[in-house]
Design a protein around this ligand. Structure first.
Ligand code: NOJ
Ligand code: CA
Length: 673
């Protein structure tokens, strides 16, 4: 046996040295970005990227290792190189933009080793970035166990970066700004700048049956893929002898907002699989939710129980009176007593004080959608055993939207971001689709654009959301300026903005108050001004957009008019200005109306925003929700003003924001000139 392998090795080396080597090049449609593929002396595939004549990725290796030493990484020769171009426009049922241009040049490099492995490396160059994936075919095997992905990103002239440290189980972490050369590990999207003036972000697209990719540093400014393992250390299990990986992506821009305006992640996913999509509708919602995080209500059925029939009806009434389409109830079902222990939730057994028949009848009468809630606690077998039954049961009550949750370690020691988990999350989406149910996943796998293929996968968490303000130091003003340039690049987020009782004063004085988590933690509060809360409804895109506060805090509040007018469904979006961690301004069009949100970190800032995005020849009434002259997120967060003025596309607005502040504007057409 040993002799045989020595012979094989000798043969391989011989074959490699005789094989055809070489480099082959691909340009983006505007010829600005260039990718060079080449093989090393040992037949190891490498790629390098330049953009605008600047190096972005220096020659970096590609490949995989396997558990039983099947070659997936070297001794290759090029057998074919196929070039093609695609330029198409497609539309989606919802999204930041309803129509999207998919324009790229493709190069498929077909490689063969001298034994059994064929590898096609498919590269796509867009004007706003790069995607590539591996397509392997290995003869003579019936399964594969991938150990390491060797994909490397050797970043040239790296300057600053923004990321959370790599973690196999949670994305709910703080972001660090640090030089690219100092990064030890990162979750993706990993966003960075170069000293040559580029902005870029590394992520992945179409993660449907693979391990999630994190990044680890192998040398300064060199990051290697680090896949999330199964409990036995195997990274990816392949049934059969062929597989393709998710796309490895690098978004590239000259401005930070170019990254936000890029659609390459969606373009690298498969088209929508569903025959009809009219059952998938964006909506605004409120919910019996924040009180639990503050500790003044409970998920379990005790004297603080939030999801009671009486409370449910109050929320339904409020939604109906305020142009809000949906209401979420958490803590409506049996099992919350076992949260954190057995995680034995029952998804078809309401608590005795939550009358499902009556609540759903009432909601139907008031034309309000109910968002069901399935907290699994990480007990996947329990959820998968009930999924079909629970979805069917929900639809009988007219519930077509479910918020899922995985707050707890996965039973069996599987990581939240492993292939096991990725398969589960996809199974949820596919099973839900059978029942025309849409999903909002908390503690999810990161978004990679699969919403294009399965548009019922509407929104998800996957970063620290509003909840962290209730029971921890919370999310800093800067954190909210990093999110749009990192986590949000990957897809919608159910951050749940819109807390008006920023210092929790009303809740502190609530008769419901029993155990005050906020005070227990010392200094919990929301770390923005009120105007920044409004602006986040625009900036933090989610097709299911929540007003997170308890409804008591909205009743009679003039600033809540912005949410009443706001549309969760939009047609077109543009990030106008911004820098990661500093500030951002985003505009969205919904029908004939526009909504603009601008926010800043701890530094007060004034932006000049030309309104050239408005329709020409049209006058608009702009209602401006601004920070008060004396507003300051720390000292005076509740100071705001509402003013109105007529504007048109040739105007420029001066947007003055307080420290930790922002501004939200609705534009309604008043006349056509
Ligand atoms: C964590 C989720 O992010 C939050 O929204 C939910 O209320 C709790 N888990 C309970 O399911
Ligand atoms: Ca969470």
């Amino acid at each position: 046996m040993k002799q045989l392998s020595i012979f094989l090795l000798f043969f391989l080396l011989l074959a490699t040295s005789c094989s055809q080597r070489g480099a082959t090049t691909l340009f983006s449609p505007n010829e600005e970005t260039q990718l060079v593929f080449s093989l090393t002396e040992k037949g190891i595939p490498t790629y390098a990227i330049t953009s605008g004549k600047q190096h972005l990725i220096l020659p970096s290796v590609l490949g995989f290792t396997t558990r039983d030493s099947i070659n997936l990484s070297q001794y290759f020769r090029i057998v074919d190189v196929l070039h093609s171009t695609t330029d198409e426009t497609w539309s989606q049922p919802w999204g930041e933009n309803k129509t999207i241009r998919n324009h790229y040049n493709e190069m498929a490099v077909v490689l063969q080793d001298s034994i059994a492995t064929q590898l096609t490396l498919r590269f796509r160059l867009f004007n706003d970035g790069v995607g590539f994936r591996y397509e392997y075919q290995v003869n003579g095997v019936d399964s594969l166990q991938l150990m390491n992905e060797l994909t490397t990103f050797q970043i040239a002239d790296g300057d600053q970066s923004w990321s959370t440290p790599a973690n196999y189980d949670t994305y709910e972490l703080d972001y660090t700004k640090q030089p690219v050369s100092a990064v030890k590990s990162a979750n993706t999207p990993f966003t960075f700048t170069t000293s040559t003036g580029l902005y870029a972000s590394i992520h992945e697209a179409a993660l449907t049956d693979f391990a999630g990719m994190t990044l680890k540093s192998t040398a300064p400014s060199t990051l290697e893929a680090d896949l999330v393992p199964w409990p036995d250390g195997v990274k990816v299990r392949i049934a059969g002898n062929h597989f393709q990986t998710p796309w490895r992506t690098i978004q590239i821009g000259h401005k930070a907002v170019d990254l936000i305006n890029s659609s390459i992640l969606l373009n690298l996913n498969e088209p929508c699989q569903f025959a009809t999509t009219d059952w998938i509708r964006p909506m605004k919602y409120v919910g019996v939710w924040w009180g639990m995080h503050l500790g003044i209500e409970s998920w379990t059925m005790d004297n603080r129980h939030g999801a009671t029939t009486v409370n449910a009806k109050r929320y339904i009434d409020f939604a109906q009176a305020n142009n809000i389409e949906g209401v979420l109830f958490e803590g409506w079902n049996n099992g919350w007593e076992s949260w954190g222990s057995r995680q034995d939730f029952d998804f078809t057994q309401p608590y005795a004080d939550f009358d499902m028949d009556e609540v759903t009848r009432y909601a139907k009468e008031k034309n309000i959608q109910i968002i069901g809630h399935h907290e699994t606690g990480g007990n996947i077998p329990n959820y998968e055993a009930q999924m079909d039954k629970a979805y069917e049961w929900s639809t009988k009550y007219g519930i077509h939207s479910i918020k899922t949750g995985y707050a707890g370690g996965f039973k069996g020691g599987y990581y939240h971001h492993s292939q096991y988990a990725v398969r589960h999350y996809r199974k949820v989406v596919e099973t839900a689709a059978k029942y025309h149910i849409t999903i909002d996943a908390h503690e999810p796998i990161k978004p990679t654009g699969i919403r294009r293929t399965y548009p019922n996968m509407m929104t998800r968490e996957g970063a620290k959301g509003m909840e962290w303000n209730a029971w921890s130091e919370g999310n800093s003003p800067t954190y909210l300026e990093v999110l749009p340039f990192t986590r949000l690049l990957a897809g919608p987020m159910d951050y749940t903005p819109g807390t008006f009782d920023i210092l929790f004063d009303n809740s502190r004085n609530s008769p419901l108050h029993k155990k005050w988590n906020g005070l227990d933690k010392g200094n919990s509060r929301v770390h923005t001004t009120l105007a920044k809360q409004l602006a986040n409804w625009v900036i933090l895109y989610s097709p299911l957009q929540m007003a997170s506060d308890r409804i008591e805090n909205y009743k009679g509040h003039p600033a809540f008019q912005f949410f009443r007018d706001f549309k969760a469904d939009c047609d077109w979006s543009r990030a106008l200005q911004g820098e990661p961690g500093e500030f951002v301004a985003v505009v969205r069009r919904a029908g004939e109306q526009y909504f603009l949100g601008a926010t800043t970190n701890e530094t007060p800032r004034t932006l000049r925003i030309p309104l050239s995005f408005l329709k020409k020849e049209t006058n608009y009434q702009a209602r401006i929700y601004a920070d008060g002259a004396d507003a300051d997120w720390k000292e005076n967060p509740l100071s705001y003003t509402i003013t109105e003025q007529h504007v048109n596309a040739s105007d420029t607005l001066t947007i003055k924001m307080a420290a930790g502040g922002g501004q939200a504007i609705s534009f309604v057409p008043v006349s056509i000139k």
